[in-house]
Design a protein around this ligand. Structure first.
Ligand code: NAD
Length: 286
């Protein structure tokens, strides 16, 4: 059975979010370069992370926000990393802290997320923000999960009572997405590496979110006709970037599908900016 498929345009949604944020900053009277400021922590030896933080800086500057990259050296001790983060926490001119994974091997990213001042946690990964999300009361949400929900919102579908299946149970994507789907009263299943018969779960999904990091893990033939498919995965295969879903076949069955690249990625970048503005407002008691 073939259905009319709409490809969700993450770049267009990111532009819309950019305009909304620009309007909000203007409403707040924030002058370019004098408002929200974020530090991006990344591994000094990881070229991809270095490139990503430059890209992030580019998007931020477009909005008049400031991003200051902070590279972690491989010879830094845990104490030195802790001191550096505590200094950022104390610095009233820094409103957001972003941690770019992977970090140098000796630094546990989960430990780092507990060190960040929760009011400066632009990724929504601090345990306090996770607890607020659990109760449906997060002011700063998980940036990738918010991006996934924004793409689903674009379809105008009601999630109430629908079968939602999330593949991947990480702290930064799968679990927070699961929470947000429950908030919308979707009947939510979270699959992971130990799930038996993944295909059977995928086949009954009205809404399918995949965040694993394995190219073509989800076969197009498994997609329920008319399903909404959001592919979070980013995989480099040869000189191409692909997602976790077999896009060509899946897109003949889904009603809506997000492409890779150009789907979740650009929306996530803007969600970080949105969280930075939210963090700024929190710290200014706005
Ligand atoms: P992770 O490695 O922390 O988690 C991977 C998850 O996949 C785990 O829950 C694991 O149980 C599950 N898994 C592994 N093999 C599986 C299998 N065979 N069947 C079912 N589940 C399986 O990864 P992550 O940080 O959540 O990222 C997942 C993917 O999303 C990566 O490709 C990452 O690059 C991408 N990502 C994209 C964005 C974005 O903005 N587009 C943001 C964050 C992550």
């Amino acid at each position: 059975m073939s259905v009319t498929t709409h490809v969700l345009d993450g770049k267009a949604i990111a532009r819309q979010l950019n305009d909304e944020l620009r309007a909000e900053l203007s409403r707040l009277g924030v002058k370019p370069g004098q408002g929200p400021r974020m530090a991006t922590i990344y591994d000094a030896q990881n070229q991809a992370s270095g490139r990503f933080s430059l890209a992030q800086r580019h998007y931020a500057e477009g909005l008049g926000l400031t991003v200051e990259p902070m590279a972690l050296r491989h010879d830094m001790s845990r104490d030195q990393v802790q001191q550096a983060i505590e200094q950022l926490n104390r610095n009233a001119a820094i409103h957001g802290i972003f941690v770019q994974n992977p970090l140098p091997q000796q630094i546990d990213p989960q430990w780092v997320s507990t060190l960040i001042d929760p009011r400066k946690d632009v990724e929504g990964i601090h345990p306090q923000n996770s607890i607020r999300r659990f109760f449906g009361k997060a002011r700063i949400g998980s940036c990738t999960a918010l991006a996934v929900m924004r793409l689903i919102e674009e379809t105008k579908a009601s999630l109430e009572g629908k079968e939602a299946v999330v593949v991947g149970h990480s702290e930064i994507v799968g679990r927070p997405v699961g929470m947000l789907l429950l908030d919308k009263l979707a009947t939510t299943t979270i699959c992971h590496v130990a799930t038996q018969n993944l295909r059977a779960h995928v086949e009954r999904a009205d809404i399918l979110i995949v965040a694993v990091g394995q190219p073509r893990l989800i076969k197009g033939a498994w997609i329920k006709p008319g399903a909404i498919v959001i592919d979070v995965g980013i995989n480099v295969v040869g000189n191409k970037v692909v997602g976790d879903v077999e896009f060509e076949t899946a897109s003949t069955r889904a009603s809506f599908i997000s492409p890779v690249p150009g789907g979740v990625g650009p929306v996530t970048v803007m969600m970080v900016m949105k969280n930075l503005v939210e963090a700024y407002k929190l710290q200014q008691s706005i």
